[in-house]
Design a protein around this ligand. Structure first.
Ligand SMILES: Cc1cc2nc3c(=O)[nH]c(=O)nc-3n(C[C@H](O)[C@H](O)[C@H](O)COP(=O)(O)OP(=O)(O)OC[C@H]3O[C@@H](n4cnc5c(N)ncnc54)[C@H](O)[C@@H]3O)c2cc1C
Length: 426
C-alpha cells in the first residue's frame, strides 16, 4: 500500500493515521473544519464533533498502549474505578466497580482495569503532528470515485486527492459512507439533545466524592437524564439530556457562544427536575457548553467497498448510552494495524480490507446493539414505576461487582486477527 487518504481528523481518524504510520504506511488526513472560521467564531480549535468528556474502557486503552500513547493519555485524564447510577436527586446510589468487571472480562494489565475519563483531548492530533502526518483543513468531502488503480476524493473547494486506499473516518454523518455505500445509509435523530458543560470545580468549590466521579442521575418516569464525568482534580463535565428542547435538530456538535444564557437556562431546568445542588452548580458555572444531537446509525452489512473502508462512527455511530462509541472505533484501529502488518504487499489489499470488514462488522453491530439496549433499559419504567427497574438494575450491578458476570466484553484485536489469518491459511 503506497498512499492512504483519511477523511476526518477526529479521534479515530488521528488514531488511524498513527496506526498506519506504525505499519510503515504514509497517510494524509482531510477535515472539513476550517480553522479560520472556528477562530473567527471565537471557539477553541478542535476536530471531532462531540464535546465534553469520554470514558475509555480497557479495550480502548489497549489500543492507545499499542500506539505508544497510553502514558500520555493516563497523565491527562482521571482513572476512576467507580461508575454510579442514582435517582435524579442523587439518592439510592448503585455503585459499579469497573476493576472487577474488566478483570472478569479478561483484562490482565492492572493499568487498564480502571477506565480513563478524559476530555476530548488533542493528544492524538498532536501525536500525528509529531510524526509528520499532515492534516489538510477546510476540506469537506463531497464525492468519491474509484477504479482498478486508485480512489479519488473530491472536496467542496473543487480540489481532489488520489490514493491507493481511502478511509472514511468522518463521523456519524459520514459523507464517505453516503457517497460510496449508499445515500440511504443515514443516521436517525433520536429526538434527544445532550448539553455538555465543562466546569472548573476547584475554582467554584464544587466537591465530588470519589464514587461520583462518573455518575448517571436518572428519573425513569419522566425520562430525565444527567451525567457527570470528573476528568481531573480541577475539571468536570456535566451533561443534561432532554427530549423537550425547543431547538431544532442540528446535525452537528455545536458550541454555544452566549454561554451565560444557556448555562442559566440548563441549570434552571436541572433544578426543576430535582437534581442535587452541587450538580446544578456545575452547569451554572460551566466555562464551555456545547450541544450534541443524539443519533443512531442503522447497522451496515459491510465496512468495505473496493478501495474504501469505514472506521469509527462513520461505520457504527451509535447512541452514547453504553459509553463505548470511541472504544469501538479504537478497536477498529487496533484491528486494522495487525491486518496491514500481515499484508504489507499492496497486492494483498483486497483480502486485507475484506478481513477488516468481516471482523469489525460483527463487533460494531454488537456494540451498537448493546448501546441501544442500555438506552432502552436505562430509561425504562415498569407499570409499577421507575423504582422497580432501578431495583432490578441494582441486582445486576451487584452480580457484576461479585464477579458473577460482566456487561463489558474485551476484544483482543491481535488475537482476533491471528485467528482469522489462521482460518484463511487453512
Ligand atoms: C454525548 C456523547 C457522549 C459520548 N461519550 C462516550 C464515552 O464516554 N465513551 C466512548 O467510547 N464514546 C463516547 N461517545 C462516542 C464518541 O464520541 C464517538 O464514538 C467518537 O468521538 C467518534 O470519533 P470519530 O473520529 O469516529 O468521529 P468524529 O469525532 O465525529 O470525527 C469525525 C471528523 O470528520 C470530520 N468530517 C465530517 N464530515 C466531513 C466531510 N464531509 N469532509 C471532511 N471531514 C468531515 C469532522 O469535522 C470530524 O473532525 C459519546 C458521544 C456523544 C455524542
Amino acid at each position: 500500500m503506497n498512499s492512504v487518504v483519511i477523511i476526518g481528523g477526529g479521534l479515530v481518524g488521528a488514531a488511524t493515521a498513527l496506526a498506519l504510520h506504525k505499519a510503515g504506511i504514509k497517510s494524509a488526513m482531510y477535515d472539513q473544519v476550517n480553522p479560520m472560521e472556528v477562530v473567527m467564531r471565537g471557539d477553541a480549535l478542535e476536530f471531532g464533533e462531540s464535546g465534553g468528556a469520554v470514558m475509555i474502557q480497557a479495550g480502548g486503552l489497549r489500543v492507545l498502549r499499542t500506539l505508544g500513547l497510553l502514558d500520555e493519555c493516563l497523565a491527562n485524564g482521571l482513572s476512576s474505578p467507580y461508575v454510579t447510577w442514582a435517582k435524579i436527586d442523587g439518592s439510592s446510589e448503585i455503585i459499579g466497580d469497573m476493576r472487577i468487571w474488566n478483570k472478569k472480562a479478561g483484562e490482565t494489565d492492572t493499568r487498564l482495569l480502571t477506565p480513563l475519563h478524559i476530555l476530548r483531548s488533542k493528544i492524538l492530533i498532536q501525536a500525528c503532528h509529531r510524526v509528520g502526518i499532515k492534516t489538510h483543513v477546510g476540506k469537506k468531502l463531497v464525492g468519491v470515485t474509484q477504479d482498478e488503480n486508485s480512489v479519488t476524493a473530491t472536496f467542496a473547494d473543487g480540489t481532489t486527492a488520489t490514493s491507493d486506499l481511502l478511509i472514511g473516518a468522518d463521523g456519524i454523518h459520514s459523507a464517505t459512507r453516503r457517497n460510496v455505500f449508499g445515500e440511504n445509509l443515514t443516521a436517525k435523530f433520536t429526538g434527544e439533545t445532550g448539553y455538555i458543560g465543562v466546569v472548573n470545580i476547584k475554582e467554584h468549590n464544587i466537591t465530588i466524592k470519589e464514587t461520583d466521579d462518573v455518575a448517571f442521575y436518572i428519573d425513569r418516569d419522566h425520562k430525565y437524564f444527567v451525567a457527570v464525568f470528573k476528568v481531573s482534580p480541577e475539571i468536570a463535565a456535566v451533561r443534561v439530556s432532554t427530549f423537550e428542547d425547543p431547538e431544532e435538530e442540528d446535525q452537528s456538535y455545536r458550541p454555544f457562544n452566549d454561554l451565560p444564557k444557556h448555562a442559566g437556562r440548563l441549570a434552571d431546568l436541572m433544578q426543576s427536575w430535582g437534581v442535587a445542588p452541587n450538580v446544578v452548580k456545575m452547569m451554572r458555572c460551566a466555562f464551555r457548553i456545547s450541544a450534541a444531537s443524539i443519533y443512531d446509525l442503522p447497522d451496515l452489512e459491510s465496512y468495505n467497498k473496493d478501495r474504501v473502508i469505514l472506521i469509527g462512527d462513520a461505520a457504527h455511530g451509535m447512541v452514547p448510552n453504553a459509553g463505548i462509541g470511541l472504544l469501538t472505533g479504537l478497536e477498529d484501529v487496533g484491528t486494522l494495524l495487525p491486518i496491514l502488518r500481515h499484508y504489507p504487499d499492496g497486492n494483498d489489499w483486497k483480502k486485507a480490507l475484506a478481513m477488516y470488514s468481516k471482523v469489525r462488522v460483527a463487533r460494531g453491530t454488537a456494540a451498537a446493539n448493546q448501546a441501544r439496549n442500555m438506552r432502552a433499559k436505562g430509561m425504562a419504567a415498569s407499570v409499577f414505576g421507575g423504582g422497580l427497574n432501578h431495583f432490578v438494575f441494582r441486582l445486576v450491578v451487584a452480580g457484576g461487582n461479585n464477579g458473577l458476570f460482566t456487561l463489558y466484553t474485551l476484544f483482543d484485536c491481535e488475537e482476533e486477527v491471528s485467528k482469522l489469518i489462521e482460518e484463511e491459511s487453512k
